[in-house]
Design a protein around this ligand. Structure first.
Ligand code: SF4
Length: 371
């Protein structure tokens, strides 16, 4: 078995300063990138910290007490985040997902949600504001999040077996607390709750059917995510990927499934319904069935860097403009110029490469820009 190599170069520092184009680009709500993909979905990381150490995202051996986490002073304030989000909404964004690290670790996040919930799409509709969490703090916070204007939550849960779950989060956190958090979210009206399970062959594939049986008929939508080569620290190998097609076959043998139509353009999950009508599951297949052609997602890091792909190797720093006196129109114009130049399609390119070979360049960490 080959030795896992984990380099320690801080990719966050490699970002171009965003510039205001000489010819202003007005916000029309119809901004397209170089491949004609509209800007519809903004993922905002509100912290680079997490209280879990999932090996496929934030391995403990790297993200230990000496890891250089961002100081609070480097983070964007809620007002700055909302100001930047307002420009994205003017360009056509309709959905905002709050991520991290673990977003519920960011103090008073309800205040940010209230500010974002006051924004309106170019058609005058409320934004679809959602949040991805590991569920560890959800039981305590669900009601306040709902009251602040959060619409839905997605909870990461990689197994029901307590020993498996504790091993995967690598901080010995009990699964029961997350299940109570999911229940609290459902009761608070943050549904339909989506559950994300990363399937890593050799680690938790035996939890697929227990998870499906548990959430079937509850209204929650369970999604199985192929283990991805995100960042540069998780030691990813292709032989630990369980293709989604195999996951679907595995479930179908016991719980018959029928394929469903996508519910929205750019949706990452392929939908499958239980043949008896008792709910649905999803599979997210970034490795074996790339979905870059419809990718309408931008990512903003917690200190103001814009990334155009989950597998990006470089960002665009918006903070100098935000704190340097640029007007909203100038900020919007700079964002438009960045998006118009976007031609990212990492997963498609990966598919054409030999296994375990990357496209070169060190990828940014998922724990920093959110999943
Ligand atoms: S690999 Fe990049 S471009 Fe492709 S779907 Fe994922 S985020 Fe979008």
């Amino acid at each position: 078995m080959s030795e896992r190599v984990i380099p320690l170069i801080d990719q966050r520092l490699k970002a171009r300063a965003a510039v205001v184009p000489t010819t202003p680009i007005a916000a029309t709500g119809l901004l397209g990138d170089a491949l004609g993909r509209p800007l519809r979905d903004l993922r905002i990381s509100v912290t680079d910290r997490c209280n879990f150490r999932c090996s496929y995202c934030m391995p403990k051996s790297i993200f230990d007490k000496d890891y250089p986490y961002l100081p609070h002073s480097a983070l964007l304030s809620f007002e700055e985040i909302t100001r930047i989000a307002r420009q994205f909404v003017a360009h056509g964004v309709q959905k905002i997902r709050l991520t991290g690290g673990e977003p519920l670790l960011r103090k008073n996040i309800e205040i940010l949600i209230e500010q974002l919930a006051a924004l309106r799409t170019t058609e005058g509709r409320p934004l679809d504001i959602t949040l991805t969490t590991n569920g560890s703090l959800l039981e305590r916070k669900a009601r306040d999040l709902k009251a602040a204007g959060l619409r839905r939550v997605t909870v990461s849960l990689d197994g029901l077996d307590d020993a498996v779950f504790r091993a995967m989060n690598d901080v010995d956190f009990p699964v029961a607390d997350v299940l109570r958090g999911i229940e609290a979210a459902r009761e608070a009206g943050l549904g339909p709750v989506k559950i994300n399970m990363v399937v890593k062959r050799g680690t938790n594939e035996h939890e697929i059917l227990p998870m499906a049986r548990h959430f079937k008929g509850t209204g929650a939508v369970l999604r199985f995510i192929e283990y991805m080569d995100v960042g540069a620290t998780n030691g990813w190998r292709m032989d630990e990927v369980m293709p989604s097609a195999e996951v679907v076959r595995h479930i179908h043998q016991e719980l018959p499934l029928v394929q469903l139509e996508p519910s929205a353009p750019g949706e990452t999950a392929e939908r499958w319904g239980y043949a008896d009508g008792s709910g649905e599951i999803g599979v997210i297949s970034s490795v074996t069935q790339a979905f870059c052609r419809d990718c309408n997602r931008a990512r903003l890091s917690t200190e103001g860097k814009l990334y155009l792909c989950l597998f990006a190797t470089q960002g665009h720093d918006l903070k100098p403009l935000v704190r340097g006196g640029a007007s909203d129109a100038e900020l919007a114009s700079a964002i438009a110029a960045i998006w118009q130049g976007r031609d990212d399609r990492y997963s498609e390119l990966r598919a054409s490469m030999p296994p375990d070979q990357s496209t070169g360049g060190r990828r940014i960490e998922m724990s920093y820009i959110g999943g």
